[in-house]
Design a protein around this ligand. Structure first.
Ligand code: ATP
Ligand code: MG
Ligand code: MG
Length: 347
């Protein structure tokens, strides 16, 4: 088979590579870190910096098609790879900057939390005067798992904060009732499929649990979330899995952020849906027909295994409804995603 290139070497890349292997493709990971849990399951590995244009060119020459598992890849060095990068660089440019992302989604009729770009202390004061507290100050770029965020409960909190030397955005705090994510895949032919919508619980800014089906409140807001996701995918001429995160509020869904890639809140689809997000992502970028996204059980609960919590693997595995996924990371650090357990509800 042909080779699928994957930019980024973490667990999402690992699970894309495993789905690629199932369909007879070879995978080649490109990542700046010498240790890659994705490269471990791949035939090829290039360890080089994101802006190493020669290494990128050699990588591209080995790959029939290129995807990524991480939306913060610098876009400029990817320009020569664009014809192989089916999930368009424009999706990366939009999603890797929170201000671009919110502006783009607002233009499509989406509703984010009230927000303001912040480049100085005066901007922050003006943002707080207009939007109020509580709020969250976030770096525009490079944040994930709640990193690069500061909660501001009162104007005094803001005064006490040393402003980080990065472009920022201030968002009003949404008093949400629940969180959910719309998981969809768009094929190379424009075919759009949605998976069932997980209700997500975060702890300390990190996804902890996804439950399918979600509460009635969430289910009532899915149609509006899906309509926005389809508009985003079409506007970007996007191919592959796309995820939009929402806050479910009394007044309908509020857009949080998007991920133009496979997503942690879709890991349940490996056993819980007829076709997983990883398989459909590979099918999409390889120009193949998409698989059925319907539920394969009555319900599913996915729990992330985070940090150095100690688990009894034998006990988890002794329940026939559980499926254990370990990512093979050498060291457990606080807040690090080590694996997940998917529990199918069969009756
Ligand atoms: P990810 O790993 O999902 O990319 P991230 O670092 O980009 O995470 P966000 O999704 O912006 O972080 O925020 C993480 C979590 O913090 C959210 O899922 C939500 O629980 C909470 N949060 C973020 N922004 C807001 C907000 N404006 N109002 C209320 N809660 C928020
Ligand atoms: Mg994010
Ligand atoms: Mg998020």
């Amino acid at each position: 088979g042909e080779t699928i290139g994957i930019l980024g070497g973490g667990q999402l890349g690992r699970m894309i590579a495993m789905a690629a292997a199932q369909l007879g493709y070879r995978a080649h990971v490109y990542a700046p870190e010498a240790e890659s849990i994705a490269a471990e399951v791949c035939g090829g590995f290039t360890c080089a910096a994101w802006d190493d244009t020669e290494a990128l060119a050699r990588f591209a020459a080995d790959c029939a098609v290129i995807t990524y598992e991480f939306e913060n890849v610098p876009v400029a060095p990817l320009a020569p790879l664009t014809d192989k990068l089916l999930a368009h660089p424009r999706a990366l440019e939009t999603a890797q900057d929170r201000v671009n992302e919110k502006t783009f989604v607002e233009a499509l009729g989406g509703r984010p939390a009230p927000w303001a770009a912040v480049n100085s202390r005066a901007d922050l004061d003006a943002a707080i005067a207009r939007i109020g507290t509580p709020g969250i100050l976030k770096t525009r770029r490079d944040g994930y798992d709640g990193k690069g965020q500061w909660r501001i409960m009162s104007p005094a909190d803001a005064e006490g904060l040393d402003l980080p030397a990065a472009a920022l955005v201030y968002e009003g705090f949404i008093d949400f009732r629940a969180e959910f994510s719309v998981l969809m895949c768009r094929g190379a032919d424009g075919d759009i499929r949605f998976w069932d919508t997980p209700e997500n619980v975060h702890k300390g800014g990190i996804l902890s649990v996804s439950t399918i089906p979600g509460s009635n409140l969430v289910q009532d807001q899915v149609a509006e979330g899906r309509a926005l996701a389809a508009k985003v995918a079409e506007a970007l001429d996007y191919v592959g899995v796309l995820t939009l995160e929402f806050f479910a509020t009394e007044n309908g869904p509020v857009f949080n952020e998007m991920a133009p890639r496979v997503h942690n809140s879709g890991h349940w689809t490996i056993e819980g849906a007829i076709t997983s997000q990883f398989e459909n992502h590979v099918r999409a970028i390889c120009g193949l027909p998409l698989g059925d996204t319907r539920l394969a059980a009555k319900g599913v609960v996915m729990n992330n295994l985070i940090g150095d919590e100690v688990h009894d693997w034998a006990q988890i595995l002794s329940d026939p409804a559980n499926h254990l996924h370990l990512y093979g990371k050498a060291a457990a650090r606080p807040g690090r995603k080590m694996g997940h357990v998917t529990r199918l509800i069969l009756k």
